[in-house]
Design a protein around this ligand. Sequence first.
Ligand SMILES: [Zn+2]
Ligand SMILES: [Zn+2]
Length: 269
Amino acid sequence: MAIFYDTHAHLTYPDFAEELPQVVSRAEAAGIARIICIATDLESSQRAIEVAEQFPNVFAVVGWHPSDATKATSDLRPALRDLARHPKVVGLGETGLDYHRLPGSKEGGTTADDEAIKQKQAALFRQHLEVAADLGLGCVIHQRDSLEDTLAQLEPFADRVRGVFHCFANDAAAMRRIVALGSLVSFTGILTFKNAQNIRDTLAATPMDKFMLETDCPFLAPLPYRGKRCEPAYVKEISELAVQVKGCSLYELSAATCATAEGFFRLRG
Ligand SMILES: [Zn+2]
Ligand SMILES: [Zn+2]
């Protein structure tokens, strides 16, 4: 069986609380040999570490999601450093910038509100990058409607920090700018959606050693599960679509994406 990793799973979400051991063993049975559990705030970071302690093939990434930036304390760095000391922590995030649905686009919202949120997101993102640089860890980057600002913030760190632009949905030109900074992209089940030809085109243009696969579960279940709760086992369906786009074998895709993930998260092969 061709082996794959789920490089972005939110196993701490309540969606999985009732049956986490089953979710992990279904992934194993489907050939998904490792799962990277991604946090969205300090509490879920601690939970991600606990899940990683519970399952040998689960690893944790600790950080604070930009969509919840306003709830974060002003300096996350001491907490991030503390969490990252744990041997199963393999990266920082998810962090980044998300300009989708800022308050200014809603009724009663102003551009001043948007500016304040953007500044808070930028400060948090920068803190993750600083800690990642200090500790030699990669950064899992969430970017939505904010490509220019995200690249501008990453650029000064690019010689010390590798990022992965997760749930990548931009075009090949954007992918090339990310790869030029030494960073990576990763693709979700959106690849399987009928209306996602643009994302398949981006994958087609992405070098074999510059991308990873992920579910972003419980969100974004691939076909034929679209609309249902997603889980790490479904990387199998994502990989089957990806081989069609790349014109390679499942084993070639397995070897390339697992090696990329092992390098990025410093996992032993
Ligand atoms: Zn995200
Ligand atoms: Zn996520």
